[in-house]
Write a protein that binds this ligand. Structure first.
Ligand SMILES: [Zn+2]
Length: 377
């Protein structure tokens, strides 16, 4: 193999020397022809004419060069190359040693075509992957609409598997905000600014309640008449529910559980109060809720006794506040969050009762995106 390469290089060197010789003669010839024409025609010795002659001569020389080169090839070489064919069998990828300029041109053309076709295959594939617009259907619907037309449509959102939080935004167009929102919850509460925040004015009173296991959490619907007031707005309590572990973190620390008390004002604005729950003593209000857990998912248990939500609030009412979203689909933004700094205790047994139903139902942390977080002094 090693001794064949110089022979081929030599053959190619011969061809190129012939080609360059032909080109040189052609150029010289064209110059002479140009001079001759300038003598005989007199009026045509201009630069344009000379250029035309030169160009024509070079083109003819290029067209003839391969044939001339082939003709000029030494006759003894084919025999010399035949001697090395046993070695060539081990390298089928290599071109045949004996190759006419025509074959060479054809092989180069094929190689070029292969390269181009592989480029055609690769470029659109990468583009389809990286460019979100390419995932949009031609009907002009949005990207989530395309996803909704896929089998994913029937997938129920949850915290693991096919309906896990990182896929919520693709499950249905209504959940789009979960994927594209920039004011999402929960967040790691850190780098706060400490200010004199007004106290949240609670107007909670003993109320009838019903417990429902909605398949995502244990939710408690409370009779109307419970509200709180903050920043000049009055919000009515809608329901409260639990997550394990806590969704929000304080300087990176996650708690055993959290209770979210969701409120809405007359204009439909949402405000959620978060009560962090840590392992410790029994919590009487939570016990009242657990006592009335329905036996089946989707069922509602209307409790015969009232609960007083004041029992769930910590003694220290200092809080963090920031603008975020619902932490479950459709991840609606514009939610005023107030997270109490002081956690409330519940017992290990109370935690284990919830974890029998929902071992993990916390959405992962979302980007803070430079949001301002206030903290009570
Ligand atoms: Zn929640």
């Amino acid at each position: 193999m090693s001794f064949r390469a110089p022979a081929r290089a030599h053959a190619r060197g011969d061809r190129w020397s012939v080609v360059t010789t032909v080109l040189r003669h052609a150029l010289v010839g064209s110059t002479r022809a140009s001079r001759a024409t300038s003598v005989s025609l007199g009026a045509w010795p201009d630069a344009a004419t000379r250029a035309w002659f030169s160009c024509t001569a070079v083109c003819v020389a290029l067209a003839l060069a391969p044939t001339l080169a082939h003709a000029a090839e030494p006759a003894g070489k084919p025999g010399a190359k035949t001697a090395v064919t046993p070695g060539a069998a081990a390298a089928p990828a290599e071109p045949p040693a004996e190759e006419s300029p025509e074959q060479l041109r054809q092989r180069l053309a094929e190689r070029l075509r292969d390269d181009v076709s592989s480029l055609k295959l690769n470029i659109p594939a990468n583009k389809a992957k990286d460019d979100p617009r390419s995932r949009r259907p031609s009907t002009g619907k949005s990207a989530p609409a395309a996803a909704a037309s896929a089998p994913k449509q029937d997938i129920r959102w949850g915290y693991t598997g096919e309906g896990a939080p990182d896929r919520w935004g693709q499950l249905t167009p209504e959940f789009r905000q979960c994927a594209i929102g920039t004011r999402q919850s929960p967040i790691d509460i850190r780098d706060t600014i400490r200010v004199d925040q007004e106290k949240i004015q609670f107007d909670y009173r003993p109320s009838k309640f019903a417990v429902v296991d909605n398949g995502h959490t244990v939710q408690v619907n409370v009779a109307p008449g419970n509200s709180m007031e903050v920043m000049g707005r009055r919000y009515e309590l809608q329901e409260f529910h639990f997550h394990r572990p806590s969704e929000e973190r304080i300087n990176g620390r996650q708690y055993d559980m959290v209770a979210h008390l969701t409120h809405k004002d007359a204009d439909g604005r949402l405000a959620t109060i978060a009560v962090l729950l840590e392992r410790g003593q029994d919590q009487p209000l939570i016990q009242a809720v657990w006592n009335h857990l329905p036996l089946e998912k989707g069922d509602t248990y209307e409790a015969p006794i009232p609960i007083d939500l004041n029992q769930l609030l910590p003694k220290d009412r200092g809080y963090f506040t920031y603008m975020g979203s619902m932490t479950t689909p459709p991840c609606t933004e514009g939610v005023l969050w107030m997270v109490f700094r002081q956690p409330v205790q519940l017992s290990t047994q109370q935690i284990s009762i919830f974890s029998r139903l929902y071992p993990m139902n916390a959405r992962p942390l979302q980007a803070g995106s430079g949001r301002l977080i206030k903290e009570s002094n």
